[in-house]
Design a protein around this ligand. Sequence first.
Ligand SMILES: *Cc1c(COP(=O)(O)O)cnc(C)c1O
Length: 854
Amino acid sequence: MKAIRRFTVRTVLPEAIAPLSTLATNLRWSWHEPTRRLFADIAPEIWARTADPVQLIATLTRGQLQAVADDAGLVSRIQGLGADLQKYLIRPRWYQSLGAEAPACIAYFSPEFGIDAVLPQYSGGLGILAGDHLKSASDLGVPLIGVGLLYQAGYFKQSLSRDAWQEETYPVIDPDGLPLSLLRETDGTPVEVRLPLPAGRQLLAYVWKADVGRVPLLLLDSDVPGNDDAARTITDRLYGGGGDHRLQQELLLGMGGVKALRAYQRLTGGAAPEVFHTNEGHAGFLGVERIRELMDDGLSWDEALVATRASTVFTTHTPVPAGIDRFEIAQIQHFFQAGLAPSVPVTNVLALGAETYQDGDASTFNMAVMGLRLAQRANGVAKLHGVVSREMFAGLWPGFDQEEIPITSVTNGVHVPTWVDPKIVDLARTRFGPAPDWSEVFQVDDADVWVLRRELRSALIADVRRRLRASWKKRGAADAELAWTDEVLDPDVLTIGFARRVPTYKRLTLMLRDPVRLKRLLLDPERPIQLVVAGKSHPADEQGKRMIQDLVRFTDDPEVRHRIVFLPNYDIAMARTLFPGCDVWLNNPLRPLEACGTSGMKSALNGGLNLSVRDGWWDELYDGRNGWAIPTADNRATPEERDDIEAAALYELIEKSVAPMFYGSERVAGDSGDAVPHQWVAAIKHTLATLGPAVSAERMVMDYVNRLYTPAAESGRRASADDFAAARTAARWNERVRDAWPSVHVEHVDAEGVTDAPQIGDVLTINAYVSLGGLSADDVDVEVGYGRVSESDHIHDRAFADLAPAEDLGNGRARFSGTLVVDRSGPFGYTVRALPSTARMANKAELGLIATPA
Ligand SMILES: *Cc1c(COP(=O)(O)O)cnc(C)c1O
């Protein structure tokens, strides 16, 4: 029988256990082990099946709830944890010790948020990073608000067909059954966000709120009654479809997101965001919406742009040009002409994303380029990725050296309480009290570490066996054929994990390059390894699916299937058992295409050692003692040669270094296998003590606050003070400088003090004759850059010295003069350049204007 109408009945809790409601709906439970244990103890079977407090409470009958309320022990825990949560939500934290210059509120926009398996609104690293950002912001007391979309079917669930082909299903969520509340007006009607669409249509969205500890997360949902069918499906899937569908998602996220924030602020009386952070380019239209707000208030485009940029931070995550979000300019025009931002000239919007630079395509609208043009501060997500990003986007700042491209880096981190296994936390708390320090690990006996590692490995193996059996049943096998799955993997064998999305550059199948050699490693009689592999391929990526198929077919071989498994449907729930259970975490991307990578960090926090190509975070944090670096073939190799070389290096490392250390000379053959490999345990301790603090998302969020959010808040306040006086001045000045710049020339340079035999310590006086193109000498900085020169006359390790205005030569010309000290031996060179005055800008490259001698 089919229901004609469905609704969700909200449970009414007995008074004594009323705090359960907040404990279940505030997602802090997802990283608060005592709260998780409480739910597990209230209903062990439901918890084991769902790990979802909201569902758990909804499933309990009135009688069962009354039984909980009659259990004095449970009641006292519920009351205690409820009070603890209330304290967590208001108690001053790290952020409350900062000065008033720190922003009153920060808006953090992301297309996906991976907070917990119960809220499947993420596809991979980007979303989980955003989730970890919110959780750490909450722990640190950072006044952040997350903004995203609520997808009716988050990312797909992966299963396998009999012949190992990836199959996708899209389970549809029921927002009423999730830890979400609908944002409502004071009269109880849902808050509505509206965007006009072409052909007189409109897009309407409701706003759901999730509580991530102290941090509210606003999620826009287009599946609402007032929309036509097409508009209802705009938030149907994460990264569903391409073209207009995707563009409308991004318009809703960016422009609708700002409107949702304003409504939230209006209803709660909270502070307005002083900083807007765009996590990757997808939410970039938030800048256009903010410009629209300011232009509605009477500012010009240039003034509004200055003010908006000052308080915007853009983070890029994509080191591959093909990975960047692009649209046709005409498409953007089509949507904006419908009146998305009536006060904003459409041509100006189009110019924000146009690839109007060398090697760009001027008919393409590039979301990353718009991100950079709309944000005064930008960053990549690891040091190496900073370098790659500066190179990739250098075209936007022609004439500047790569080091000067204004994109810095903040290395990603992971949320420690989410990703460290509770068994490790228990051990640390029992030994060292409530707030143990990572370095205390050195006080733990090697044997205790080793016993714990075996427990974690065993827990993973139990989970693997369960998942493998379930997967085979889906693939059509009968129980009678599956007895072998109860025997896969061995709790005393070196366990290597590899799990991530499956784009080509991550090279899921590199380990299969020489199948005979891999087999030998798996089946080694003395020092075998076992491999646990997982990962989803993008549904449209046939090549990725073929890689999964190749791998699964290898694992299906009865000769090796007890030593290598592929687990379908990699997600947060699987990850939380997988990382702690692996001794070694393998990562072999094509360097430098991994922007940061975070799974290896999660492994390290659980005492896993990384075995990885020096890419992303591992390039800066590998220290020779915390794991292994897989050498990279130089870039003269063809892709085929490169795979051969790097795979061979990987096998070699496992065979000669990883396995011998794991099985340890201390653990002689014939021994019962319980002897401890002290060298391995020493590497675990070193890893925990050194990487623990470095890879934590608290470190990351503090970096964002100190290096990006606070400076952005300060420049934003400066720009908007006194009715945007500074923004107006800056806009006028920028325009004057831009107009004049084609006529600014460094005409001639001479130097005094150059001898036939130059020596270190020689002082040179440099004179530069500059034509100012109608600007005054105060409007420009003239500087001499000097240093060691290469064969090609490129200046390396260069330093700068300022040249001061020394003489007005008339006719808009001036001489600038200053000295430099020859400070190094060998080939030495200098050059002069003129720039718009840096005192008026955040950095030298800000306006992308520079003049050098012809
Ligand atoms: C950490 C994590 C990722 C991201 O891993 P990368 O190393 O960045 O590829 C993806 N999916 C899940 C479930 C994770 O936990």
